[in-house]
Design a protein around this ligand. Structure first.
Ligand SMILES: [Zn+2]
Length: 495
């Protein structure tokens, strides 16, 4: 069997004005047919896994683009067109193929195109014709669109948030693609718009059990795959929002009934599923009072959702309160990294930190710091791959707060972000991570308690008040009782 594979990942925050251009993709590693070999533990992990499975099963894999960019504003038009054209040209050159397996985010917006993945899948379908299975792994924060549903045979999203199942779901998509190419299964999909916008952690109830319920249905009684795409609330596109879909084996009625039943269950859980937010002072009070490590998530300044990563609200309050024995990071501040690298380890200097990207960043902080570490290229362990901070420095304030500052925008995924820069966490009372939820898996074993803290950052979680211009305004929490609706995507006229 001949399988064509490619990856293109970025999540677009349309509320930020910072465009995503070539450097954003290059920073993460941009590979043209050799991502699986050159970055198997980082950006190329999906393609490397796919290559291993193909080789083990005696299939031939043709590998195309491997691209990813840290979430930010819309991708610049010529960049998107070049990335898309590369995948499509490679596919044409690879024909004939028996299956197409792609890893796409699902919430990528380019200048002039609100549904990049739908457009790419449309073109892929045109190239391979109606009979070659097109299978796609999507991020859980995708906007599942009718165009994507119409073009692809198999769409499956990650099921966990944090996304610690990227490679498990890749295997699921690969297995279904191979089975469909061999005509052992005949995938048909039904999708339901839940008419909800929000964030749903799968690390706690009732979402934990809901995910288990979805998983228990897969591979049994004609159900091939179940996904809940959460949507990306800061991506203002017409089809933003939570959508649940079921892929069944040749049985559309089964797919529809299962998708509707699950979507109604999910909607019914709505008041119990949103992340609990704590006021900053309450979280700092609790950290000061209690024994053991307190982990505090700066959810609104998560680079992984398109925030700049330089907001100062939490550090400012920690300094005002005289907090000691704490660590915070990662601040994205190129100038600060540059100055501190020049100064070198052991240098003491006055430094203006953060607060540079806009009103959501807060005001810059003027600090007296000691440089405790300089790392030429800092990496951390991510979810299913390693993640890069680039040149980075570790600083210590006079009060004993350790600060991680980086030059490649990236959220904190694991303690290795700090420890690889020489910041020990073992005896800390408080660690503040700029991340919304992906930090959770790796920090949970260390944390005596975890707080999700609301600040005025770029990713505010007042989902009912996001100033949408394109998204349908009939959604929870703007309305109280959303009625899930089955999506009709059979023809373009159905939109
Ligand atoms: Zn995601």
């Amino acid at each position: 069997m001949h399988i064509f594979a490619a990856q293109l990942l970025t999540e677009t925050n349309t509320l930020t004005s910072t465009p995503t251009g070539w450097p954003a993709y290059e920073e993460f590693g941009l590979f043209h047919g050799d991502g699986s070999r050159r970055a198997p533990d980082a950006n190329g992990a999906f393609l490397a896994a796919l290559r291993n499975w193909c080789e083990a099963d005696g299939h031939r894999m043709t590998e195309s683009l491997c691209a990813a960019a840290q979430p930010n504003g819309v991708t610049v038009r010529p960049v998107y067109e070049a990335l898309r054209a590369e995948i499509l040209a490679d596919l044409r050159a690879a024909l004939p193929v028996d299956a197409v397996v792609l890893h796409l985010h699902g919430a990528m917006v380019a200048d002039g195109c609100d549904d990049c993945e739908g457009e790419i899948l449309d073109e892929v379908r045109r190239i391979v014709g109606p009979h070659v299975p097109v299978a796609v792994e999507l991020d859980l924060h995708c906007h599942l669109t009718r165009r994507m549903l119409r073009a692809a045979d198999i769409l499956a999203a990650y099921q966990e948030y944090p996304h610690d199942d990227i490679l498990r779901r890749a295997r699921h998509v690969y297995d279904l693609a191979v089975a469909a190419a061999a005509r052992r299964v005949h995938p048909v999909t039904a999708a339901v718009d839940c008419r909800m916008s929000g964030l749903w952690h799968t690390t706690r109830e009732p979402m934990k059990s809901f995910v288990a319920e979805m998983q228990a249905l897969e591979g049994r009684d004609g159900v091939l795959s179940v996904s809940l795409g959460h949507g990306f609330p800061w991506g203002d596109v017409a089809e933003e929002g939570a959508r649940l879909w079921v892929v069944a084996d040749g049985d559309r009625a089964l797919a529809e009934a299962t998708a509707l039943r699950l979507a109604r269950r999910f909607v019914a859980l709505r008041d119990a599923t949103l992340p609990p937010l704590t006021a900053l002072d309450d979280a700092l009070d609790a950290a000061a009072r209690a024994d053991g490590l307190t982990v505090l998530a700066d959810v609104a300044d998560n680079a992984g959702g398109g925030a700049p990563g330089d907001s100062t609200f939490i550090l400012r309050r920690m300094l005002e309160r005289g907090v000691r024995n704490a660590a915070i990071g990662a601040f994205w501040d190129l100038g600060a990294v540059h100055i501190c690298r020049d100064a070198g380890v052991g240098a003491r200097l006055d430094l203006r930190l953060g607060g540079k990207c806009g009103p959501y960043s807060g005001d810059p902080l003027d600090l007296s710091v000691t440089v405790t570490g300089v790392v030429e290229d800092l990496w951390q362990r991510g979810l299913d791959a390693d993640e890069r901070f680039g040149p980075a420095v570790a600083l210590r304030t006079e009060n004993g707060i350790d600060i991680l500052v980086c030059s490649v925008r990236c959220q904190v995924f694991s303690p290795s972000a700090f420890t690889n820069a020489g910041i020990a966490l073992a005896d800390k009372q408080l660690v503040v991570v700029k991340s919304t939820q992906h930090f959770y898996t790796a920090f949970a074993p260390l944390a005596a308690r975890t707080f999700y803290v609301s600040t005025p950052g770029a990713l505010r979680q007042d989902f009912g008040a996001i100033p949408y211009r394109h998204r349908d305004p009939v959604y929870w929490p703007r309305i109280t009782h959303p009625e899930p609706v089955l999506l009709n995507f059979a023809s373009e006229g159905s939109e």
